[in-house]
Design a protein around this ligand. Structure first.
Ligand code: PNW
Length: 442
């Protein structure tokens, strides 16, 4: 009888989990927090499933100590969270709100006390509403407002946060916020969308520079990368997949790593597009300021048809946009290392939504999540074996939370949240992940 060979990650590999502020904190009026675009959007009838909002969410702002203890019990080595800009600058500008900073200082200190490394995202989509009213990311000034906010956070927390991530998934803001309109601010305007992309990239670069000017710490972008495959063997599908890859991946990677936007995307947008017109001299130098780490978020592949549409090849999850394809994790990690590396990598999101419920015996059996994570981690392990400098992996998400326009129906957590009582219950996947962490593999 033969046992399967266990997968062991390299010594020192770090195991973590991710969340974001608006999705878990609640307490939207607490301690001087201002309003964000997600408050506005989620309170607009018809925008979110069941009219759900982040008003209460997982009540993490009040229960963070309990959540810190949960993380310690799981054995996490890293916790990725985001800082809510409207807690730090309620109107998006000016002096920082001390009570907002204090919350994150308590959180970060609580992580250190438990031996967990903090990884802080500066922007996970909760733009102060006053800045949106002044044009939001369509306005170049928002990038400079962001740099000012980042500097204030660095000055307050820079001595105790070893890794910073600038903008979470600029592409999702572009595509969901400004193309499909499914996310705040709910626009459908392609010309605006790519100008927003440029300003998000500029904001990223300005924040990198702000960190260099204020102190130590490592910094990089958090990009959701989608491997784009041709849906068939035709040269037309290959060409369409190539351009699709430009919009999905190279727009964000080439600008950061090579200081240029991909020519095929710029040509497709056209010289008169708002984006191309909005690129000022020196912008790409700022955007390509050297980074220390690239955070990769992988959920799904995309299959591109000859006509430039998309096709479905693998089973989808509870999220209609997610096809389950673990090999995509290997493909994207090896690709960024080949094309842009070697750069230290961290996976900051990977996960699956499941229709979980609490059993009568108090357990939550999310076998699908266990299988998903096992298969994606095996693919990440193959990438490491092939030489990819991956230093850590974070599951999306630590807790069930507010899944944006999908509200609370989609549960992405290792830990089940009973919203009626805010009780936390470890799912089967959390028990499994704890063993993976303890063994540095499985
Ligand atoms: C990410 N897509 O969003 C976000 O960073 C998280 O806040 C979110 O909860 C998580 O993934 C799960 O959705 C994405 O359409 C949204 O491919 C959409 C896509 C990918 C990621």
């Amino acid at each position: 009888m033969s046992m399967p060979t266990p997968l062991r990650f390299p010594p020192g590999f770090v195991w973590g989990a991710s969340t974001s502020a608006y999705q878990i904190e609640g307490a939207v009026k607490e301690d001087g927090r201002g309003e964000s675009v997600w408050d506005t959007f989620s309170r607009t009838p018809g925008r979110t499933r069941n009219g759900d909002t982040g008003d209460v969410a997982a009540d993490h702002y009040r229960r963070y100590r309990e959540d810190l203890d949960l993380m310690r019990d799981l054995g996490l080595g890293s916790y990725r969270f985001s800082i809510a800009w409207p807690r730090i600058q309620p109107d998006g500008t000016g002096a920082p709100n001390q009570r907002g900073l204090d919350f994150y200082r308590r959180l970060v200190d609580g992580l250190h006390e438990r031996g967990i490394a903090p990884m802080a995202t500066l922007f996970h989509w909760d733009l102060p509403q006053t800045l949106q009213d002044a044009g939001g990311w369509e306005s170049r000034d928002t990038a400079y407002r962001f740099a000012d906010y980042a500097e204030k956070v660095f000055r307050a927390l820079g001595d105790r946060v070893p890794v910073w991530l600038t903008i979470n998934e600029p592409k999702t803001v572009v595509q969901n916020g400004y193309l499909s309109g499914h996310h705040a601010p709910g626009r459908q305007d392609p010309e605006a969308a790519y100008l927003v992309a440029h300003h998000l990239q500029l904001a990223h670069g300005l924040a990198v520079r702000a960190l260099r000017a204020t102190g130590p710490g490592r910094i990089g972008p958090a990009l959701n990368l989608h491997p784009c495959y041709p849906a068939d063997d035709s040269p037309e599908a290959a060409a369409a997949a190539r351009l699709y890859d430009g919009y999905e991946n190279r727009l964000y990677l080439d600008s950061v790593f090579a200081g240029r936007y991909p020519q095929d995307v710029l040509a497709d947008l056209g010289p008169q597009s708002r984006m191309v017109q909005g690129i000022a001299d020196g912008d790409l130098e700022i955007i390509s300021s050297p980074i220390d780490i690239l955070a990769v978020q992988y959920y799904t592949p995309i299959y591109v048809t000859a006509g430039g549409g998309t096709a479905r090849r693998w089973p989808t999850s509870e999220a209609d946009w997610q096809q389950i394809y673990p090999q995509g994790m290997y493909d994207i990690l090896t690709r960024v290392t080949r094309d842009y590396g070697p750069v230290p990598l961290t996976v900051t999101e990977n996960g699956l939504p499941t229709a979980d419920s609490l059993n009568a015996d108090g357990t939550v059996d999310d076998a699908g999540r266990v299988a998903f994570l096992r298969d994606h981690l095996a693919a990440a392990h193959r990438a490491v074996t092939a030489g990819v400098p991956l230093e850590s992996f974070h599951v999306w998400s630590l807790l069930d939370n507010f899944e944006w326009d999908e509200g609370y129906d989609q549960r992405w957590g290792l830990v089940y949240v009973d919203y009626a009582t805010q009780r936390r219950i470890l799912k089967r996947s959390a028990h499994w992940y704890r063993a993976v962490i303890a063994d540095n593999g499985f």
